[in-house]
Design a protein around this ligand. Sequence first.
Ligand SMILES: [Zn+2]
Length: 235
Amino acid sequence: MRWISRAAALSIVCLGMFPGGRESAAQVPGGFERKVIVLDAAHGGTDTGAQISDHVAEKDVTLALAVRLRSLLAARGFSVVLTRDNDAALSTDQRAEAANRAHAVACLVIHATASGVGVHLATSGLNAIETTAPGAAVPWDDAQAAYLPQSQRLAAGIGDAVTRSQVPLVLGRAAMRPLDNLTCPAVSVEIAPLGGGDSDKTPVTDAGYQQRVSIAVAGALVLWRNQAGSSGVTP
Ligand SMILES: [Zn+2]
C-alpha cells in the first residue's frame, strides 16, 4: 500500500519534470532545434547506491554530477532532461520511459564508485541488431540493441575527451538497466577516484575533479552534435 502511494506521488513528480514529450526538442528563435540530452543520475531515495565515504552515498554524487553537467550543457545550447533532480526513488523502467520520451541525441546514465580509477564508460552488453523499420514495435528488454553502433561511437567520443583531459579511462560493456531499455545513443558514465596511491587520491566528491570530467563530457557532446549536424542525420 505504502509503495503504491509513493509510486503515485512519483508519477506526479515525473509529469512535472517531463512536460509534453517531444516538446523537449524545443524550437528556438531562428528555427534552430535544440538537441536534447538526457542525464540519468543513478540511484536515489532508499536506493543509496555504493557507499562513497563515511558520509556520502553514490546517489548524492550522481545527482551532483548530473546538475553540474546540466549547467555546462545548457550553456552550450542543449536542452537537458534530468530523470531526477532531487532524491526521488525511480525504478529503472521509470527512468527509461522518461528518457525515451525525450527523443534525445544522447542519454548518459551516471554512476559513481569509490573503487577503481578514472572514468569507466560502458555501453549495453546486448548484441547489436539492424535498425528496425520506422514504427516497428521494439521489445522493451532489447530496445538499446538497435542503437548500439551509435552508442559505441558516442562512448568512443567521450572516451577521447576524457583521455585528453588526462583522466584514466576504462571502456567496457555491461548488461544493465535502464541502459538496455533506452531508444537513444546511450552510455553509462561511472566516475571513480583519480590517482593511484591512497595519499594522492582525489575522491569523486572533489568539486574540481567533478568539473574536469563534466567539461570533458560536455565537450564530447558538442562534437557529437556537430557531427550529427554536418552529416544531416541524427547520430
Ligand atoms: Zn551505481
